[in-house]
Write a protein that binds this ligand. Structure first.
Ligand code: COA
Length: 368
């Protein structure tokens, strides 16, 4: 195998052991539950118990991906973690992960930050490191991991969540990833977290506007290069970054408009190729950088080798990138599905009192 024979060799997903039904949050905050379930399209939000954090999630996902890969740690030459849940302003989250895995030595280890786009950037860098030949046969371990918490009682609170997805980049056994990708960026303050502040500040309407614009601009580039709207028809599915499912629906409307689709064509594209990719997302909530890759992991599982899908990544600030993936020989078996289903089946759904205690414990850990 050569470095150019590159893609996702193995993947692992980790969801935390707690979750809350958004209808319980609606009752606690005195809002109509339909606003959250219908208006935002949310169902449950994953939560971390005390002592369980983004590093725990990243390590869980990485162990799962590595166990299925079959290679050894000394074959890893690059470790990149995309996150916006910084544990430290200097020390990279990859150092916590390397410690948990016992990974050290001739490894480039670092953290990538670009809001919810960081994990995708880490993946692209790992792929390009292999394609360039700089990897000299070594594999990369890439992890997208986040815990999304908003200030209690803020409008973003129902869209919280958590999760991690780890990918070993080497032979394309799970998926090939297109070398060409379609990027769009523009500076904006749509969602940001000033240094020293525990929770993000969000301009909800602006973040929606930026996200829709980025999706339209990226899909326009894909269509221009790959045969117009037929490029959408060839895709088996299109996965999006999922801040909350309604936002994805609005982005698809923007894409349809940009590509000149009729309302009926846009609705069919959403219902057949996008909505089904968000089954796990509705249970995880917004896992920031992991959110897109949770949808990709769900979608790849069960696909016949050669089946094409799209992945659209968005990070506030803002930057976006669209790429296509093609299912590899291990996608059909989807070995990671059993782990996700076990995570979902075994987790505890918390009530309002437990939720308030968890939020109070954040303050006890120095988060104000
Ligand atoms: N039944 C059904 N739907 C209802 C409803 C009810 N009782 N009450 C409100 N809604 C709908 C609204 O019509 C709206 O839908 P629409 O946008 O299709 O019109 C939706 O619920 C949300 O209502 P809104 O009043 O806009 O909610 P809000 O002011 O509380 O804030 C967000 C919504 C999205 C702005 C807020 O949740 C947020 O900031 N989320 C985080 C955004 C984010 O993640 N940004 C960065 C990601 S890239």
């Amino acid at each position: 195998m050569t470095d150019t024979d590159t893609g996702i060799a193995s993947l692992g997903v980790q969801l935390p052991p707690l979750a809350m039904d958004v209808e319980v949050l609606a009752a606690l905050r005195g809002v109509d539950p339909a606003k959250l379930t219908v208006g935002l399209g949310c169902r449950e939000m994953a939560l971390c118990p005390e002592g369980y954090d983004v590093a725990t999630l990243a390590a869980g996902a990485a162990r799962r991906a590595l166990a299925r890969w079959g290679g050894s740690l000394d074959q890893i030459g690059l470790l990149a973690v995309g996150t916006e849940t910084a544990k430290d302003m200097s020390r990279p989250l990859s150092a916590w992960l390397a410690d948990a895995l016992g990974l050290r030595g001739a490894v480039r280890s670092y953290e990538v930050k670009h809001a919810c786009y960081g994990g995708t950037l880490a993946l692209r860098q790992a792929l390009e490191w292999r394609w360039s030949g700089a990897a000299r046969g070594k594999a990369a371990l890439v992890v997208a991991a986040d815990v999304a918490l908003y200030a209690p009682e803020s409008p973003g609170e129902p869209t919280q969540g958590a999760g991690a997805v780890a990918m070993v980049v080497e032979a394309p056994r799970v998926a090939e990833v297109s070398r060409a990708s379609f990027s769009y960026s523009e500076p904006a303050f749509d969602f940001w977290r000033p240094v020293g502040e525990a929770y993000p500040r969000v301009d909800g309407p602006l973040s929606l506007e930026c996200y829709v614009k980025a999706a339209a601009r990226c899909f326009e580039q894909l269509a221009a290069e790959r045969g117009g709207r037929e490029a959408l028809a060839r895709l088996h599915a299109a996965c999006f970054h999922v801040p909350f499912p309604k936002m994805v629906k609005k982005a698809v409307a923007g894409v349809g408009e940009a590509l000149g689709l009729s309302d009926a064509e846009t609705a069919a594209f959403f219902e057949q190729k996008v909505e089904p990719t968000m089954r796990w997302s509705r249970r995880a909530g917004n896992a920031y950088g992991a959110a897109l890759w949770i949808a990709v992991a769900q979608t790849l599982a069960g696909l016949e080798q050669g089946t094409p899908i799209a992945a659209f990544s968005y990070g506030s600030g803002f930057g976006a990138e669209l790429m296509t993936l093609t299912a590899g020989p291990d996608a059909a078996a989807g070995a990671w599905v059993a782990e996700v289903e076990a995570d979902l089946a075994s987790r505890t759904l918390v009530d309002a009192d437990r939720y308030l205690a968890l939020r109070a414990a954040e303050r006890g850990q120095g988060i104000q």
